[in-house]
Write a protein that binds this ligand. Sequence first.
Ligand code: N2P
Length: 408
Amino acid sequence: MKRLLVVFFLLLPLLAACGGATTQAPTAAAPAAATTAPSAATAAPVPTAQGLVSATAAPAASPAAGGDLEVDRSKLSSELFFFNWSDYIDPAILEAFETEYGVKVTVDTFDANEDMLAKVRAGNSGYDLVTPSDYAVDIMWREGLIQELDKSLLPNVRHMDPGLLNKYFDEGNKFSLPYMYGITGIAYNKEFFPNGIDSWAAILEPANIEQFRGQFSMLDDERETPGAALKLLGKSLNETDPTVLNQARDILLAQKPFIAAYNSSDVNRKLSSGEYVMAHSWSGSAMQARNGLGDEFPGNPNINFVIPKEGGMIWMDNMVVLKDSPNAYTAHVFMNFLMRPEIAAQNTAYIGYLSPNKDAVPLLPQEVRDLYAEGFAPDAEVLKRLEWAVRNEQTTGFTQIWTEVKGQ
Ligand code: N2P
């Protein structure tokens, strides 16, 4: 199976510029106009990417390159427990880490921040490292669920795009460092939509979806899915007015009889197999449907991805170490390993999301770069229509309407 070997070069600086340090519902739009491109924007795409990341080569291990961490092996645990989103790391990277350090990384997966939070809040989860999204990082540090990072163990932070650090959910990156970011829109099979899709109405309005009953899904997510309905209403996905939230709920209730499922777990596979003709989808999941995922499932060349004209979500998942992590030192070593540019590039190429690692970006190959340009990453125009999800006291309204939607 073809791996995703990707390059993403144009948009990172624009994305980096957005969402800054504000704590109020940051939109991607305003700062996108900023011209202070911090990294790759002005650079021509680096031509030597192919071969740096290859489907057959083991991940490059060059700990010494550029002054990587001097690991005290006597402090390493033999195991590490990583709680991560599904289909969100190249298994070859886990093998490479084990080969280099003798640490076996066990990955358990979740498909929603709220599910992850419930498990971690219960205590003694046994997990060391977790990848919450932006607003969930905010929740986790406020609730004392995560520990301050020891930056002396994380020299590879220097490879991260500064524009994607210091975001509103963890100013100063005391608790978290970026893992991957992406956007949420509609993935569709162009056999069924030869003219494309340009509005959330295509997946939300009964008149449009009757003909596709049981052949599409919405994310099983209390922020993403009401967020899509809010966008159709022309509202912010951080809307807190109960009247508007109820309108969003009603859109979802009207749609519900037609969907196959609320699904955040195997949208990639079902799009790829043709079981779904469209889906509310994360960009990388759509990219996996298009290109396949390692040896797990094949790609489907008919899959496209779009951010509807009304807008969509931009988000970033982040590495954090749990307060009760049994192996915190090893967790830092693993985080630092994941921030090596060649490892980050290999991982990004494999899973098809977007890398916050500025030195990984030039290592990404052409194939997926082409897909980014086709819409699997935002261009400047799309970026203006994207919004980050913010957590605050008022956003409990989402849990309320989501319970009502799911419960009926
Ligand atoms: C990967 C999930 C991407 C994370 N399956 C969405 N925040």
